[in-house]
Design a protein around this ligand. Structure first.
Ligand code: F6R
Length: 607
């Protein structure tokens, strides 16, 4: 969602704020703004659209000051206009905010009745007015922040620039992340450590309802009740270089190419190739300990969950459900005694996933998190964390974190199967061998990029695209359709191939490319029957298969790509790459904004 940053230091604030905002832009890019403090008081600049617009404005109309706040917005309340852009200011304060203030209407009506005037349609402006009033009433930023937290409802992170006090910046966290950065040249508040790469690696993550008061001589962190607390200073290991684009045109392109390393690094934590073993440290997965697994996530991570479900059922013979986080909690889904909740989230901050996890905890169930962000809220609140080690993912469309999640879930399924006795140690060793060669297979598939690009150029002309598959390939098809929609804005649907005849086949004509994900496994012939049905109705068939499939396919496809053969269990990892690359190159062909597609944001911290 929105990205926020605050800085108090020895040098000029604007370059630091802009640099941080550029790194946070993946969180939202509807508008951007900064406010800095100087001898004139608080001075603000805002622009609708991307940070480049704000930069252009600052080039012609710059501001100086050694403290400030900045914001990049993903609009929730109010259109993405300059008037609604943060920071919102009144009196002695300027506020930037990520999240939603749920009771903003009541607060605004009360303050309007008291004579305050509002300029924007946002919930954030209410915070500015309320904090300004509380500062008057309470006298100190600490007391005003404590009172503010008592009045606000919702999930949010705040950074507030204050004029006329030794506390120059105040921060608060409730439900949305906020980090304090300890740099040589200054002190920071930021939505995540990525914003601070290149400035400092020393970061403290605020806990729920923590406040941070930033003075020239340091940062005081107050816990619930306003008592000083210490939060550990951690080394983020992020450098500016790690999160740059390198020689790639887009982060998404870079991240697709990083998959052999991301998956390899991730597997390295669960797989011992020498011993031929796969372990999930800290987990009891055998009968008695776990009777059922419920895998919960959103979007792409939900597709990883679905693949995990297939593997848990098949390998471990364990009843498993995959569920969309935003639905799970509100339908009050029961979780049986002995049920384990597995929550999958790249960011670890997705509001729906977090809420579903808290619901599961409320039912007394053990919860396990699969996340790429070990410092995230999901990770902190889980009983056990299974980390993916994909490195920062900046492109809004998830790629390397998806395959890394899928790799972890495969390890989880194998370890569960072993503990339940549905596979023996010979099979575990065989599967460990399969995983050991997986990163190099992914690299070979990536080297086939030109073939995927050619398909993508064909697909880019279409208005509608259909993806088909069976088994875990149906899920890869769904992920392919989601990727295509997200970044190329082409309408795409995915269906389990066997479902076609029950309705979706009516969509097919000669203008609809049908992309079929069909490795040469035991479901191949069944899928091919469905492909024939599509072809008979004029559908243009693009077949993504492997050597075994290609040998069996016959002349069914208008186009075919032949991937290296792998064990049929792990095909989703290998077949994910072509569907990602087809989406990427279709978007390139159409000239859309690959890394920052319209209406989307990377980390979805609102419900
Ligand atoms: C799609 C995509 C989203 C995320 C979803 C969950 O490319 O990136 O669908 O997968 O918003 O995000 P996380 O994994 O951070 O919970």
């Amino acid at each position: 969602m929105c990205g926020i940053i605050g800085f108090l230091g020895n040098g000029e604030a604007v370059p630091v704020l802009l640099d941080g905002l550029r790194r946070l832009e993946y969180r939202g890019y509807d508008s951007a703004g900064i406010a800095v403090l100087n001898q004139e008081g608080i001075v603000r600049r805002r622009a609708a659209g991307k940070i480049a617009n704000l930069e252009a404005m600052l080039t012609s109309n710059g501001v100086a000051g050694k403290a400030g706040v900045g914001h990049t917005r993903w609009a929730t309340h109010g259109a993405p206009t300059r008037r609604n852009a943060h920071p919102h200011m009144t009196g002695r304060v300027a506020v930037v905010h990520n999240g939603i203030i749920e009771n903003y209407r009541t607060l605004r009506d009360d303050m309007r009745a008291g004579g305050r005037r509002f300029e924007s349609e946002t919930d954030t402006e209410v915070v500015a007015h309320l904090f300004d009033a509380l500062l008057e009433a309470e006298g100190t930023p600490a007391a005003a922040m404590t009172a503010l937290m008592e009045r606000l409802e919702g999930m949010f992170a705040l950074a507030i620039l204050i004029e006329g006090d030794d506390v120059v910046l105040a921060g608060a966290r409730r439900g949305a992340p906020l980090a304090v950065g300890w740099g040589e040249g200054g002190l920071f508040l930021a939505s995540d450590a990525i914003a601070l790469a290149g400035h400092t690696r020393k970061v403290s993550y605020l806990e729920e309802d923590d406040l941070a008061l930033v003075r020239r001589d340091g940062v005081e962190i107050l816990g619930t009740g306003g008592h000083p607390v210490k939060r550990p200073v951690v080394d983020t290991e992020l450098s500016g270089a790690v999160i740059g684009k390198g020689n790639y045109r887009h982060f998404m392109e870079k991240e697709i190419h990083e998959q052999p390393v991301a998956v390899g690094e991730t597997l390295g934590r669960y797989l011992d190739p020498d011993a031929g073993s796969i372990t999930i440290p800290g987990a009891s997965l055998g009968p008695g300990a776990v009777e059922r697994m419920t895998l919960i996530a959103c979007g792409t991570a939900y597709y990883a969950a679905l693949i995990g479900k297939y593997w848990l059922e098949r390998l471990a013979r364990l009843p498993a459900d995959a569920d969309i986080a935003s639905e799970f909690r509100y339908r009050q889904a029961p979780m049986v005694e002995g049920g384990l909740g597995v929550f999958i989230s790249q960011s670890g901050e997705t509001a729906d996933t977090l809420a579903a996890m808290r619901y599961a905890r409320g039912l007394g169930r053990t919860v396990l998190a699969v996340t790429n962000t070990e410092t995230s809220t999901v990770a902190r609140e889980a009983d056990l964390v299974l980390a993916t080690h994909a490195g920062p993912e900046i492109g809004v469309a998830a790629t390397k974190t998806f395959t890394s999640q899928v790799a972890v879930l495969f390890c989880l399924a194998v370890a569960t199967a072993r503990d339940r006795g549905t596979i023996d140690h010979h099979e575990v060793a065989r599967l460990a061998g399969v995983l050991t060669t997986l990163p190099s297979t992914l690299a070979r598939v990536i080297a086939m990029e030109e073939e995927f690009r050619q398909i993508a150029w064909d697909v880019a002309e279409a208005r509608h695209v259909l993806y088909l598959g069976r088994g875990t390939s149906a899920i890869v098809a769904m992920e392919g359709a989601l990727k295509l929609k997200e970044i190329s804005y082409i309408h795409a649907e995915a269906h389990a191939a066997g479902e076609m005849k029950h309705g979706p086949i009516a969509l097919i004509d000669e203008h609809v490319p049908v992309i079929v994900v069909a490795p040469g496994d035991e479901l191949f012939d069944k899928t091919m029957s469905n492909v024939e049905e599509a072809r008979a109705r004029g559908g243009r068939i693009i077949l993504i298969t492997d050597e075994a499939g290609a040998a069996d396919a016959g002349p069914v496809a208008d186009r075919m790509v032949v991937l290296p053969a792998v064990d049929s269990l792990v095909t989703p990892l290998v077949h994910a790459i072509p569907v990602q690359m087809i989406a990427y190159h279709a978007a390139m062909r159409k000239g859309t904004d690959v890394d920052q597609p319209r209406n989307l944001a990377k980390s979805v911290t609102v419900e």
